[in-house]
Design a protein around this ligand. Structure first.
Ligand SMILES: NC(=O)c1ccc[n+]([C@@H]2O[C@H](COP(=O)([O-])OP(=O)(O)OC[C@H]3O[C@@H](n4cnc5c(N)ncnc54)[C@H](OP(=O)(O)O)[C@@H]3O)[C@@H](O)[C@H]2O)c1
Length: 274
C-alpha cells in the first residue's frame, strides 16, 4: 500500500526523472499507476512505460490536470519556455518541485505570477541514479510545511535529503553537486598511483574502488567516530600510512579540497546571476 494517495507528474522523462521514479517505487511511496510522465521523445516514453509501468504523455497538459504535485525535470535552459507555456494552467493547487540546476525560486515564481504556485527548488546529485543522492531542498514563498515534508519524502527515496535556505544552495552545489567529480578524480588518481607502484590497472581499479566504498561504509557504520578518529585507527606510529599522509599534508591536500569547493560555490553564484 503506497503511502501517498494523489498522482505525481514528471515534466521531462530523462535520467533524473527515471532515477526518482525508481526510488519512489522501491520505497513504495507511490504506485506506478499514480505516476505520469510528460516526455517529447516517443521511444523514451515507451521505455519508461515498459520499464516502470508509468503513464506517459507527449506533453504536460494532461499531467497538470491530474497531478497536484509536479516534478520539473527538464534541462535548465528549457525551464523558462516550459513555465511560460504552462503558466496559465498552473495555480495555487499545484506544488511544483524543480530539480533544474541553478534556476532560482524567484525566476520560477516570477514566470508563474500572479498565480501563487507553491514551488520547491531541489539540488540533487548524480548518485541519485543509484539511489544514493545527496539532495538539498529550499521552499519558495508560497510553499507550505506539508509541501516540504512531501518533497523530503520523495528525495529521501533516492538518498539523503536536507532542507536549507536557498542562499546556501550555491554552497551545496560546490560540495555535493560537484562532489562526485572530485571523488571520481581521487579514484582515478588512486588507480594511477597503484599502477605506478607496480599493480596491474585491473587490480588497482578493483582495490581503489573498494577502498573508497569500504571507507565510506565504515564511516557511516560508526557515526560515533569522526573522520579524524577513523584515520588515527589506521595510522600507526612510524608506519606506512603516516608516511603517505605526510606527503598529502605537505602538498596542501586539505587546503586544495577547500579551495575546490569554494571555487565551485563561487562559480555557482556567478552562473545564478548570469
Ligand atoms: N543528472 C544529474 O545528475 C543532475 C543533478 C542535479 C540536477 N540535475 C537537473 O535535473 C534536470 C534533468 O536532468 P537530466 O539529466 O535528467 O536531463 P535529461 O536526461 O536531458 O532529461 C530531460 C528530459 O526532458 C525532456 N524535455 C524537454 N522539454 C520538455 C518539455 N517541454 N516537456 C517535457 N519534457 C521535456 C528532454 O527532451 P529533449 O532531450 O528533447 O530536450 C529530456 O528527455 C536538469 O535540469 C538538471 O540540471 C541533474
Amino acid at each position: 500500500m503506497a503511502s501517498e494517495t494523489q498522482s505525481l507528474g514528471f515534466i521531462g522523462g530523462g535520467q533524473m526523472a527515471e532515477a526518482l521514479i525508481k526510488g519512489i517505487l522501491a520505497a513504495d511511496l507511490y504506485r506506478a499507476e499514480q505516476l505520469m510522465v510528460a516526455e517529447p521523445h516517443g521511444p523514451r516514453r515507451e521505455e519508461l512505460a515498459e520499464r516502470h509501468g508509468v503513464t506517459v504523455h507527449a506533453e504536460a497538459g494532461p499531467l497538470l490536470a491530474a497531478c497536484p504535485v509536479l516534478i520539473l525535470a527538464v534541462k535548465p535552459q528549457v525551464v523558462a519556455a516550459v513555465l511560460e507555456h504552462y503558466s496559465g494552467q498552473l495555480g495555487k493547487d499545484h506544488l511544483l518541485i524543480s530539480i533544474a540546476a541553478g534556476i532560482t525560486l524567484t525566476f520560477m515564481e516570477e514566470r508563474l505570477a500572479p498565480a501563487p504556485v507553491r514551488v520547491i527548488r531541489v539540488m540533487p546529485n548524480t548518485p541519485a541514479l543509484v539511489l544514493a543522492a545527496a539532495s538539498a531542498l529550499s521552499p519558495g514563498r508560497h510553499a507550505r510545511e506539508e509541501d516540504l515534508q512531501l518533497a523530503r519524502r520523495i528525495f529521501a527515496a533516492v538518498g539523503e535529503a536536507v532542507v536549507l535556505e536557498e542562499k546556501l544552495l550555491d554552497a551545496v552545489t560546490g560540495l555535493s553537486g560537484s562532489g562526485p567529480a572530485y571523488v571520481f578524480t581521487f579514484l582515478e588518481a588512486l588507480i594511477d598511483a597503484g599502477v605506478k607502484v607496480g599493480l596491474s590497472r585491473e587490480v588497482a581499479e578493483q582495490l581503489a574502488r573498494q577502498t573508497i566504498l569500504g571507507s565510506v561504509r565504515l564511516a557511516l557504520a560508526t557515526p560515533e567516530k569522526n573522520p579524524a578518529a577513523l584515520r588515527a585507527m589506521v595510522t600507526s606510529p612510524g608506519g606506512t600510512t603516516i608516511a603517505g599522509l605526510h606527503v598529502l599534508e605537505k602538498g596542501g591536500f586539505r587546503g586544495l579540497v577547500m579551495d575546490a569547493v569554494e571555487a565551485a560555490t563561487q562559480r555557482s553564484v556567478e552562473l545564478g546571476r548570469g
